[in-house]
Design a protein around this ligand. Structure first.
Ligand SMILES: [Zn+2]
Length: 67
């Protein structure tokens, strides 16, 4: 029984770690517009200043703070 509990705990922690990594990656490529507050993804090699697809205002990369 202990092995089963340990296995479930390990899977849970691994899943938590994977989710956090995914969130960090998403925040690295996502930009939140300061004007209309919409979030959009940009490619990694894009310029530092990007244009919002919905309102057209310019936003700086890395403005989204991690939790
Ligand atoms: Zn916008």
């Amino acid at each position: 029984m202990m092995i089963g509990v340990l296995l479930v705990c390990c899977l849970w922690i691994w899943n938590l770690w994977r989710e956090r990594r995914r969130e960090v990656h998403r925040r690295r490529i996502a930009i939140q517009c300061r004007i209309c507050n919409c979030t959009y993804a940009i490619p990694k090699k894009a310029a530092t200043i990007t244009q919002c697809p919905s309102c057209g205002s310019h936003n700086q990369r890395g403005a989204l703070d991690p939790i």
